[in-house]
Ligand binder design. Structure first.
Ligand SMILES: [Zn+2]
Length: 251
């Protein structure tokens, strides 16, 4: 059995992967994450961990929405058996697999905002932390979870707004944060020219793709031809982490 774990800013989800079938094993609050909770997965063949953190050379260098104690707990527990990757990168891996596209930009909007880049069918990480769209500067005065001021996440991340109410009423498309999000997404599209932009996470997966596309296109040159799709699957990061772990098992 291969196990995929999504350690998000608020929730942790765990799935298994056997053949090409995923199975939901557990979900709980990340604050409740501890060694006892993970014990039953210790004998898995491989474990993929998608975590809301910045990772460079296998080490967590920053985790704006997580306690470092949580990060250390997960890593210490699994040690050599697990592969760890940024949660939004895991989402992008899963999205490119199910949508069957080789050039994809994946964005997760939940507690925070993350993104992952798939180029030519492979995850692009640059020097390690490429794709941190949530922490790009968008000129607001709000202080971001990372400690800096003016980042996109502080205007459109779940930590900073009543996302459920805004989504239910449709007012989410009227707030300034949405406009800033669409502008940032447009810059990413112009930079990467992806075939598909996949939106996920507990907020991103519930946005209206048509409305997002209309608003992003206000800021992109018309020659850019891309689709925006939403993936309303709260287990997408965990599934991507499992796929990543499975891809690293020697044949
Ligand atoms: Zn930030």
């Amino acid at each position: 059995m291969i196990v995929g774990i999504d350690v998000g800013g608020t929730n942790t989800d765990i799935v298994s992967l056997e053949g090409s079938n995923f199975k939901h094993l557990a979900s709980f609050k990340t604050a409740e994450l501890c060694a006892e909770r993970l014990m039953s997965f210790k004998d898995a063949k491989a474990i993929g961990v998608g975590i809301a953190a910045w990772i460079k050379n296998g080490k967590i260098i920053k985790a704006p929405n997580l306690s470092l104690k949580t990060c250390k707990e997960v890593l210490d527990f699994f040690r050599s058996k697990c592969v760890i990757e940024n949660d939004a990168n895991c989402f992008a891996i899963y999205a490119s697999k199910i949508l069957n596209v080789k050039n994809l930009f994946g964005v997760t909007i939940g507690t925070g905002i993350g993104s992952g880049i798939i180029v030519d069918g492979k995850l692009y990480i640059g020097s390690g932390i490429a794709g941190e769209i949530g922490h790009t500067f968008v000129e607001t005065k709000r202080v971001c979870s990372c400690g800096e001021t003016g980042h996109l996440e502080a205007s459109f991340g779940g930590r900073y707004m009543d996302a459920r109410g805004l989504l239910e009423s449709g007012r989410i498309y009227k707030i300034r944060g949405f406009k800033l999000f669409c502008k940032s997404l447009a810059f990413a599209v112009m930079l990467l020219d992806p075939e598909i932009v996949a939106l996920g996470g507990r907020i991103g997966g519930r946005l209206n793709a048509k409305i997002v596309k209309e608003n992003v296109c206000k800021y992109t040159a018309r020659e850019f031809d891309f689709e925006i799709v939403t993936i309303k699957d709260d287990l997408a990061v965990a599934k991507g982490a499992a796929l990543l772990a499975s891809s690293q098992i020697p044949p």
